[in-house]
Design a protein around this ligand. Structure first.
Ligand SMILES: C[S@@+](CC[C@H](N)C(=O)[O-])C[C@H]1O[C@@H](n2cnc3c(N)ncnc32)[C@H](O)[C@@H]1O
Length: 467
């Protein structure tokens, strides 16, 4: 361990096996120490995401695997989630700091201690946990296993040093450390270095909770301690679980990022129009279309996710016809309007889903872009002459946005773009491209109050079919 070694920005600890208490007796022992089971669960979840490519949401779903979080009470599960989320959001910074404090890295026998050390570092850097508790619980985690117990002193020393040098490590560049290099390079190439850095800074913050209200946004903003955004979404400061908030059970609003609420609006649904929502689950956009009293068919390939959509619509007291099927081969008589909210890399949602940055790989883009173009072509075939269509993705990558749409218009001479009229449609000017498409960025809406900043990165383009 080194005391004041200068920071090498390239320092990294190699990924290790997950931290697993050796047997049931030790798990029981862990359960006796308040807060320890939550930290161990967080360590497991971080390893699952980083090494196993698993989604953070899935690890905390009601079907969570028993060893991970299922045994925790609600408070501990919430704590484990906020630790895991903070750790994954700033994984590069944390690994960089730990590597800078250990000359030779962790000894082979204690390699799996990286995970509880990451858990402790996330608390020391980003959460309200008292430093001594964060350090002590990591040391206790190390002592649980005979293999790692000899390194409890090392864990203690490194983490105490981390506490001492906290400010220095927090001054690091999030574009270099907390953004996978393939994404940093892509964003720099597409948007320039200043924007790429602004995205990385936006990704550092826990995002606000945005909701789409059925009506009276000002009244709901007042009741829920929020603000009405220029596009009509209500943005809340709360960190409380949503199910307990006023109006949720009654279906007066649903959770939806302010940018995610725009594509369905761009479709301009009219009462009684037949609308196909091609990739509908879990249904945020279906609910908007149903709220406009359109006759919506909600199609999705995933029956599981459609169950969630059905529950969400039921809570909001809204209706749609639900269809399980593949959008690329779906058959039906022509629709008046179609929304194609295609599966994508989701790189525009890293603020809300920091795991996306570590789970997605550059090789995913080709397969996604090819699926999106098949969906677009099928949608064009299902649209009546004169009908409207909106294509959108929550991606910052041009292959899934601008380039995808340019190729679509070349392939489909019957389709023409309907540019967005920012002024007339109440869409912020900075969200609208020269071609008239929507392109929101995580760095947009730079509010003074950090809790109210930013928006998901979305792309949307609108078309009509020549009559
Ligand atoms: C971006 S999400 C949709 C989000 C949804 N529109 C909303 O606002 O809540 C993409 C959806 O596409 C679905 N999907 C993926 N491939 C599909 C396919 N071939 N056919 C139909 N749906 C598909 C996924 O199951 C997923 O639910």
């Amino acid at each position: 361990m080194s005391e004041d070694k200068p920071i090498s920005t390239k320092a990294r600890i190699k990924p290790r096996a997950a931290f697993v208490p050796a047997d049931a007796a030790r798990e029981a022992e862990a359960a006796q120490v308040p807060g320890l089971a939550a930290r161990i669960a967080a360590a497991h979840v971080i390893a699952d995401v980083v090494q196993g490519g698993r989604r953070l949401d899935e690890r905390f779903s009601p079907q969570a695997v028993p060893q991970r979080v299922a045994g925790l009470d609600a408070r501990d599960a919430a704590l484990a989630r906020s630790i895991a989320s903070a750790a994954i959001r700033r994984l590069g910074t944390i690994r960089h700091a730990l590597a800078a404090l250990m000359d030779k890295g962790l000894p082979k026998q204690g390699a799996r201690l990286e995970w509880p050390m990451i858990v402790a570092a996330a608390q020391i850097f980003f959460l309200d946990t008292p430093d001594h508790a964060a350090v002590d619980l990591a040391v206790r985690a190390a002592r649980l296993e005979p293999k790692t117990a000899p390194f409890a002193g090392l864990v203690n020393g490194v983490l105490r040093n981390l506490v001492r040098r906290r400010e220095e490590f927090l001054d690091c560049d999030p574009l270099e450390l907390d953004t996978p290099s393939w994404l940093a390079q892509r964003w720099t190439k597409t948007y320039g270095e200043a924007q790429a850095r602004a995205f990385a800074r936006a990704h550092m913050l826990e995002p606000p909770l945005d909701v789409t209200v059925k009506s009276e946004p000002e009244r709901w903003a007042e009741r829920l301690d929020g603000v009405v955004m220029p596009t009509g979404s209500v943005r809340l400061r709360t960190l409380e679980p949503i199910a307990g908030l006023e109006g949720y059970e009654e279906g007066e609003w649903w959770v939806q990022d302010a940018a995610a609420a725009l594509p369905a609006r761009l479709l301009r649904a009219e009462p009684d129009e037949r609308i196909l929502d091609m990739c509908a689950a879990p249904g945020g956009k279906t609910a908007q279309l149903a709220q406009a009293r359109a006759l919506v068919t909600a199609l999705d390939r995933s029956a599981e996710r459609l169950k969630l959509l059905a529950a969400n619509l039921q809570r909001a007291r809204l209706h749609a016809d639900i269809a399980v099927g593949d959008a690329t081969s779906f058959q039906a008589r022509p629709f008046d309007a179609i929304l194609v909210d295609a599966p994508c890399s989701a790189t525009g949602t890293i603020r809300r889903h920091p795991d996306v940055a570590w789970i997605k790989k550059p090789g995913d883009l080709d397969a996604l872009a090819s699926l999106q173009s098949k969906m677009l072509d099928r949608a064009a075939a299902l649209l009546r002459p004169g009908g409207r269509m909106v294509y959108c993705t929550c991606s910052l990558e041009p292959e899934e946005g601008e380039a995808q749409v340019a190729a679509f218009l070349r392939r489909q001479p019957d389709m023409r773009r309907i540019p967005i009229d920012a002024e007339g449609e109440g869409i912020p000017h900075e969200f609208v491209t020269a071609e008239g498409d929507l392109r929101s960025l995580p760095s947009h809406w730079p509010a003074e109050e950090p809790r109210l900043r930013g928006v998901d990165g979305f792309f949307a383009a609108r078309f009509s079919r020549r009559g």
